[in-house]
Design a protein around this ligand. Structure first.
Ligand code: EPU
Length: 415
């Protein structure tokens, strides 16, 4: 099994290009199920999760062609409407085929994604929304079965904003009869990216990026050709790495507008952040200052950056209170960071981090995607060698992170 070795103490220095966003690519690729023609997507990141969704689309008999970062998908002859357990358990975002399959074929059978390392992650709001559009939903043998002749628009309120729940409902409503209004929806940039694709396909989706989305259903859609937006979490991860003492990391091909909360926090900890049109430069201070942070739905500070930020706070001067409000179990990286010498106490959804002068390298275990990224950052700043095991989590969502970091001067390699 692969592991990543990091020899600490070499600050990142140099320019890095940010890849396409995983969490934008996954829903956009599944939106191909809504059309009969051949869709073309550029800037698709090379990730395990993208491979998993392509495998699922191929399983449904869509034709999938990959040429570097361009992916073409044609779903004219769908032969199945089932996402089996073996594919869904690899990646819970497979639930994103539920809405489009139901809209296009009138039925869908999708294995229920279980909980995962970071929380229970229910899909009750996806199901409630789809049933409001007229779908009959049954749960049997670990599968969600949904059926409807043609979905009919309705007014739907989400109890909490859910990213993939909003996306599933958008993809279902775009082919429904009449108007659907989705309220208290997620406002992430990935939602806007999906709306742009659906509109390019001939859909009528208004208000994405606000908390109310209105969708006027159409009877059919045409294929689209789009480029995936930059990955704001990959960008944030490199920004956090560059903010470590004496780092200097200009980022290319990113979207600073999507990173306001992260830029704001990095400035508070003492990093010098310069923002340009499509690039950001982060210069780390001699010593980081502790600040508090609370994760929130976009445009708040992203939960997907909480673990990486905790590493900065682990070596900052002072005391930092971190509050995680999105997922109930997203502190699994804490015990690994403690093995490197971090002083962190967790109580419920709060983590108190007392900055220490130095971390010291040790073998650690990656437990989920963003936790893995935090261990790499900790390895960069720790004295000596850190060995990050189970890096398949990392490969799910970061395109060659160790190669990109090595090109910036870090002593990091895969074994
Ligand atoms: N929730 C419910 N019921 C639902 C759906 C969600 O109670 O039916 C709750 C969740 O338990 C959670 C909150 O709503 O407390 C928000 O969860 P959300 O549904 O927004 O998360 P998600 O759509 O499953 C996406 C990203 C995650 C990211 C979260 C939050 C994708 C494929 N995944 O997950 O990304 O952390 O939004 O921003 O877009 C990652 O990339 O590492 C990752 C975990």
């Amino acid at each position: 099994m692969d592991k990543i070795m990091v020899e600490g103490g070499r600050p990142l220095n140099g320019e890095v290009a940010i890849s396409g966003a995983k969490n934008a690519a996954l829903p956009i690729l599944t939106a191909s199920l809504l059309t009969e023609g051949r869709n073309t997507y550029h800037n698709v990141p090379r990730l395990r999760d993208v491979e998993s969704i392509k495998e699922l689309l191929a399983h449904l008999c869509a034709t999938v062609e990959t040429d570097g970062e361009t992916v073409r998908i044609e779903a004219s002859g769908l032969c199945k409407s089932e996402a089996p357990y073996d594919l869904v358990r690899k990646m819970r975002a497979s639930i994103l085929v539920l809405g489009p399959l139901l809209a296009r074929t009138g039925k869908a059978r999708v294995s229920l994604p279980g909980g995962c390392a970071i929380g229970a992650r229910p899909i009750n709001l996806h199901l409630k929304g789809l049933s409001r559009l007229g779908a009959t939903i049954t749960l049997a043998h670990g599968y969600v079965e949904a059926a409807a002749d043609r979905l009919v628009g309705d007014d739907i309120y989400f109890d909490v904003p859910t990213v993939t729940g909003t996306e599933n409902l958008m993809m279902a409503a775009v082919l429904a009869r009449g108007t659907t209004v989705l309220r208290n929806v997620a406002r992430e940039p990935e939602i806007i990216a999906l709306a742009d694709v659906l509109n390019q396909m001939g859909g009528d989706v208004q208000g994405a990026g606000t908390s109310v989305i209105t969708i006027n259903g159409v009877s059919e859609l045409q294929p689209a050709e789009v480029s995936v937006i930059p990955d704001r979490i990959e960008a944030g991860t490199f920004m956090a790495a560059a903010a470590l003492p004496r780092g200097d990391g200009p980022l290319r091909a990113c979207e600073p507008d999507h990173l306001r909360a992260v830029v704001n926090k990095l400035r508070q900890v003492g990093a010098d952040v310069t923002v340009h049109d499509r690039s950001i430069r982060v210069v780390g201070p001699e010593a980081l200052t502790s600040v508090d942070v609370k994760t929130l739905p976009y445009p708040g500070f992203p939960t997907d950056m909480q673990a990486q930020f905790m590493v900065l706070m682990s070596v900052a001067t002072g005391l930092s209170l971190i509050i995680e409000t999105i997922f109930e179990n997203r502190y699994i990286h804490v015990s690994e960071l403690r093995r490197l010498g971090a002083d962190i106490t967790v109580s419920g959804n709060a983590a108190m981090v007392r900055g220490v002068p130095r971390l010291s390298g040790a073998p650690v275990m990656a437990t989920d995607l963003r936790a893995s990224a935090s261990l790499i950052l900790a390895g960069l700043v720790a004295e000596g060698r850190t060995e990050v095991n189970r890096v398949y989590h990392l490969d799910r969502g970061y395109d060659s992170i160790e190669k990109k970091m090595a090109a910036l001067g870090a002593a990091i390699w895969r074994e």
